[in-house]
Design a protein around this ligand. Structure first.
Ligand SMILES: Nc1nc(=O)c2c([nH]1)NC[C@@H]1CN(c3ccc(C(=O)N[C@@H](CCC(=O)O)C(=O)O)cc3)CN21
Ligand SMILES: O=c1ccn([C@H]2C[C@H](O)[C@@H](COP(=O)(O)O)O2)c(=O)[nH]1
Length: 277
């Protein structure tokens, strides 16, 4: 499980192509990789460094509420989106807006999360259980700052985790998440864990067992100022995966932080790294 992650980290360091990027930091990158995590083996949280699980859960709850302002994150002492927000805390129509209220050309608002739960319940065999954030009309300009994009009514950042596709088979719900761009040291561990939590939550709402999380990534990169941290992490041995105890709730939109209990998480210490803005 975690070996897949460590192997990708090693592959990028040893064989990746050096390339520039929007943030000006510089990266070493590969293109088109996949990790698979069977949720029956545990919650896919890294153990070779401690992850700040409260940030991951709160960010997911914020998306599920349709949140696009850092206010809710701040109320929970989560600061991971601060660098991209305007002075009023706004991030434009990012994930939360697209998941819960995608504006159609007919002027109607579409709740993709509620719709995907309905479709999984009513037509489990469908191959169209999808939540997409790639709303072309609202993509930001790479030539402008996140804050200027928000002022133009655009997203602060283009969606990275672009699409979630669910499949029901043999009573299990699996999710393939497609990510166009992945910061392997800081972003990817959050994205894998978040997708696993979302899969558990939707499975519970639909009376299904959680299946696999398949994480597919386009440009997968290690920022140049994360090389030493990556080497330190590669020197560590993975430990047993933690478990998740999730409360039952009438609706997926009723969850709060207290409804998640992570059991048996015994990671190596956290490794600090600067975020590329
Ligand atoms: N360059 C970059 N990488 C990302 O992963 C990323 C972005 N930008 N922009 C939008 C969001 C914000 N995300 C973030 C932002 C910060 C951390 C971070 O600094 N994590 C620390 C702990 C900090 C905390 O949770 O309070 C870590 O050690 O994991 C992680 C993901 C993921 N996304
Ligand atoms: O959930 C997320 C959000 C962002 N990232 C990373 C991937 C890139 O390093 C940057 C985004 O920059 P782009 O120039 O828009 O690709 O943020 C992530 O890994 N996970």
């Amino acid at each position: 499980m975690e070996r897949q992650y460590l192997n990708l980290l090693k592959e990028i360091l040893e064989t990746g192509a050096d390339k520039g990027d929007r943030t000006g930091t510089g990266t070493r990158a590969v293109f088109g990789r996949m990790m698979r995590h069977d949720l029956k083996n545990g919650l896919p949280l890294l153990t070779t460094k401690r992850l700040h699980i409260r940030s991951i859960i709160c960010e997911l709850l914020w998306f599920l509420q349709g949140g696009t302002n850092v206010r809710y994150l701040h109320e929970n002492k989560v600061t991971i989106w601060d660098e991209w927000a305007t002075e009023t805390g706004d991030l434009g129509p990012i994930y939360g807006a697209q998941w819960r209220s995608w504006e159609g050309s007919d002027g109607k608002r579409y709740d993709q999360v509620a719709a995907v739960i309905d479709s999984i319940r009513e037509n489990p065999d469908s191959r169209r259980h999808i939540i997409s954030a790639w709303n072309v009309a609202l993509l930001p300009s790479e030539k402008k700052s996140p804050q200027d994009n928000v002022k133009d009514g655009k997203m602060a950042l283009a969606p990275c985790h672009v699409m979630y596709q669910f499949q029901v088979a043999a009573g299990r719900l699996s999710c393939m998440m497609t990510q166009r761009s992945g910061d392997i040291f800081l972003g990817i561990p959050y994205n894998t864990a978040s997708t696993a939590l979302l899969t558990h939550m939707i499975a519970r709402q639909c009376g299904l067992e959680p299946g696999e999380v398949i994480h597919s990534i386009g440009d997968l990169h290690l920022y140049k100022n994360h090389f030493d941290q990556a080497r330190l992490q590669l020197s560590r041995e993975p430990r047993a995966l933690p478990g998740l105890k999730l409360k039952n709730k009438p609706s997926i939109f009723d969850y709060t932080l207290d409804d998640f209990e992570i059991t048996g998480y015994d990671p190596h210490p956290a490794i600090a790294a600067p975020i590329a803005v």
